[in-house]
Ligand binder design. Structure first.
Ligand SMILES: [Zn+2]
Ligand SMILES: [Zn+2]
Length: 273
């Protein structure tokens, strides 16, 4: 029996004969169900349609693992490599032997995690492939649609490996997180941000959303909460949930100025016209 995969968000459900009636993730107001109705797929069907893992070095010590063509929301994972072991962040909707072999060659995985429930996707399969623990924020752990005994919860912040810290920011989801990687960007520091901090196409701004597909903004206290949560950390670069866009440099100033501009719009203080 297959693990059913929601075709819209790529989250997985336990092995059972029939798929569930609806996807917990997509029936939430932050996601969406196709007007033609809920659709399910399986890993075998995705492979037969030609999806393949796409592995790239993103910067020294950071491996990207995506899918070509992309599946569902289309996020690519990032694997932070350290001498003490590796962390996989934001797993995509599909993995194959090529991806597993590439990550094994990079030193395997100590832990797997994600910025938020939209990107849990293949998290359980990655955990099984490497015997890695699944780190979920306490506040969002109930969103994991394929429960597994390898789950360990955290809240506030959690140092996963030396120089690698998960930081709960809230906003998009109560447990929405970033991963801070102190050695990234040549030692200037990196945030892996998923949907917690959205990088915009010009790579010179970031934004915040409660729902991306439904274009619902984040209220001011939540925006301030995200910025306050990351302020203690040194960083100069932000990776969002996809290969591109990336805020390559000056990310701290860009985060502060983007948040302030966003709040001007929320309050009606921005001059528009
Ligand atoms: Zn779904
Ligand atoms: Zn999301």
């Amino acid at each position: 029996m297959p693990a059913w995969i929601c075709a819209t968000c790529a989250n997985q459900y336990p092995d059972q004969e029939q798929p569930p009636g609806e996807c917990l993730i997509c029936s939430d107001e932050r996601q969406w169900v196709p007007s033609s109705g809920q659709r399910w797929t399986t890993a075998a069907e995705l492979a037969s349609k030609g999806h393949r893992s796409d592995v790239r070095e993103v910067e020294p010590g950071l491996l990207g693992v995506g899918v070509d063509p992309p599946v569902a929301i289309g996020q690519r994972a990032l694997v932070i490599q350290t001498p003490e072991g590796n962390l996989l962040w934001d797993p995509p909707g599909f993995l194959d032997e090529h991806a597993i072999a590439a990550v094994r060659q990079a030193g395997g995985l100590r832990a797997v995690t994600a910025s938020h429930p939209h990107f849990y996707a293949t998290i359980v399969e990655w955990s099984h492939a490497f015997g890695a623990e699944i780190l979920l924020p306490e506040a969002d752990a109930h969103w994991l649609t394929r429960p597994d005994p390898a789950v360990r919860t955290w809240s506030g912040s959690a140092q996963v490996l030396p120089g690698v810290t998960l930081v709960q920011c809230g906003g998009h989801f109560p447990g929405s997180a970033v991963a801070h990687w102190a050695a990234g960007a040549g030692g200037a520091g990196v945030l892996l941000a998923g949907d917690t901090i959205f990088v915009t196409p010009g790579e010179d701004r970031v934004t915040f959303v409660w729902s991306a597909p439904n274009r619902l903004p984040l209220p001011e206290p939540a925006v301030r909460g995200v910025v306050d949560a990351v302020r203690p950390y040194r960083f100069d670069r932000i990776y969002g949930g996809w290969w591109q866009p990336v805020v390559r440099a000056g990310a701290r100033e860009i985060l502060e100025s983007s948040a302030s501009r966003y709040i001007d719009f929320l309050r009606g203080d921005a001059a528009v016209g």
